[in-house]
Design a protein around this ligand. Structure first.
Ligand SMILES: Nc1ncnc2c1ncn2[C@@H]1O[C@H](COP(=O)(O)OP(=O)(O)O)[C@@H](O)[C@H]1O
Ligand SMILES: [Mg+2]
Length: 380
């Protein structure tokens, strides 16, 4: 595959903030953008040269995208693989649909991770209440029951503290076709690694990010991650090993648990730029979005090195007002807002990257802003 030259048109499936930041990076490089999204004037649609307003699996809309674009990417993983097939057949979805299909289904994802030789928490498929009970017996409590499809930000999962809770957890989730029971990993830290790879096999890895979730939504990312050099090295190696095994094209985020005694388990994957990589916009030699465009357009990749320590904090609906009040004090903070309209509590509206001479200084500076002091709202 040759380099897709600027002036060409990149299609994006999805109109959310990830699509917006992909589009901004691509426009800076001279590409044209078409966004397919059911709602007009979406966060990504605002940045596009053209919006196609239709459901993601609308065959006519996919055909239009195919006709208008030289390459197509996606900003979320629940893209209908059947609907996307014409794009793949036309050679425009250079990332392919294999990884999409794998990451759409937690069981398949775990099987793929094991096949690549990566460590995952013990798990069992669950289809009935009896199987849920049996799985907790086998795996031990605590465990967590998850829907195989459609879960995000902690939705579609129930933590089980004791064997007697298995039946109730199953009842809560039995609307889903397939479930998986997973052993709870008493993690010391959560980290993630973002890897980018071109069709010609060039690969780079972003610095390891340390993640803190609140109410199952990513709250903060700290980079450099406060883990040992050994954990840094192993986390990067695991991500590289997986990317090579699946012949990745594009961007892959690998979420991992790190235990007190430095064991690493892969939690889940995202086949796209990731919230935990937003720090790269202001603290790396290249952002995950620019690298994504370079990888799908088969440019050479830039080695993503840290330029300075950073804390990324998400701005949810309830943080927008306090953030606005702090604007006069933001001398070391980069503000990224997604122009999504209504600032509903729990809705991701933006993020702030606070840089510092050290990670401790960046943390202190973030705390000084008091934007995130009020207890966070459960995502509704
Ligand atoms: N097996 C587990 N052990 C420990 N913590 C878990 C486990 N599964 C999920 N969690 C916690 O819940 C969060 C969300 O779960 P995850 O599987 O990543 O789903 P989502 O798709 O909602 O991000 C994780 O980041 C982690 O904090
Ligand atoms: Mg997750």
């Amino acid at each position: 595959m040759t380099v897709i030259q600027p002036g060409a048109t990149i299609g994006i499936l999805g109109g959310g903030q990830l699509g917006r930041m992909i589009a901004l990076a691509a426009r800076e490089m001279g590409y044209r953008i078409v966004v397919l999204e059911p709602k007009a004037n979406s966060s990504a649609g605002q940045i596009a040269d053209e919006e196609i307003i239709a459901p993601y699996d609308d065959a006519e809309a996919i055909a239009a995208l195919n006709a208008k674009c030289d390459v197509v990417t996606f900003e979320f993983e629940n893209v209908d693989a059947v609907a996307a097939r014409p794009l793949e057949e036309a050679g425009k979805l250079v990332q392919g649909t294999d990884l999409l299909k794998t990451t759409q289904h937690r069981l398949r994802e775990k099987e793929a991770l094991e096949a690549a030789g990566l460590p995952v928490a013990k798990y069992q498929a669950v289809r009935t209440e009896a199987e849920a009970e049996q799985a907790v017996k086998a795996l031990g409590a605590p465990s967590v029951l998850k829907t195989c499809r459609g879960g995000y930000d902690g939705k579609g999962q129930v933590v089980i503290e004791g064997e007697r809770e298995a039946a109730e957890a199953f009842k809560q989730l039995q609307h889903a076709e397939e479930l998986v029971m997973e052993q709870w990993i008493p993690f010391h830290k959560e980290v993630s690694v973002i890897v980018s790879r071109t069709p010609t096999g060039e690969m780079t890895v972003f610095p390891v990010a340390e993640n803190d979730h609140q109410n199952n939504i990513l709250h903060q990312t700290f980079v450099p991650a406060r883990v040992s050099p050994l954990v840094h090295e192993r986390a990067v190696q695991l991500a590289q090993k997986l990317a090579r095994h699946i012949q990745l094209v594009g961007t892959l985020a690998v979420e991992m648990f790190v235990t007190e005694n430095e064991e690493i388990y892969v939690n889940e994957l995202a086949p796209r730029p990731h919230n935990s990589g937003h720090y790269s916009l202001d603290a790396c030699t290249v952002s995950q979005f620019t690298q994504h465009i370079r990888s799908i357009c088969n440019w050479p990749l830039i080695e993503p090195e840290m330029t300075r320590p950073v804390v990324m904090t998400n701005v949810l609906g309830e943080h927008v007002q306090p953030l606005n009040e702090q604007l006069p004090r933001l001398s070391s903070a980069f503000v990224h807002l997604y122009d999504k309209g209504e600032a509903r509590p729990g809705r991701k509206m933006g993020h702030v990257n606070v840089i510092g001479a050290s990670i401790e200084e960046a943390i202190q500076e973030t705390e000084r802003l008091t934007v995130w002091d009020a207890p966070t709202t459960i995502n509704g």
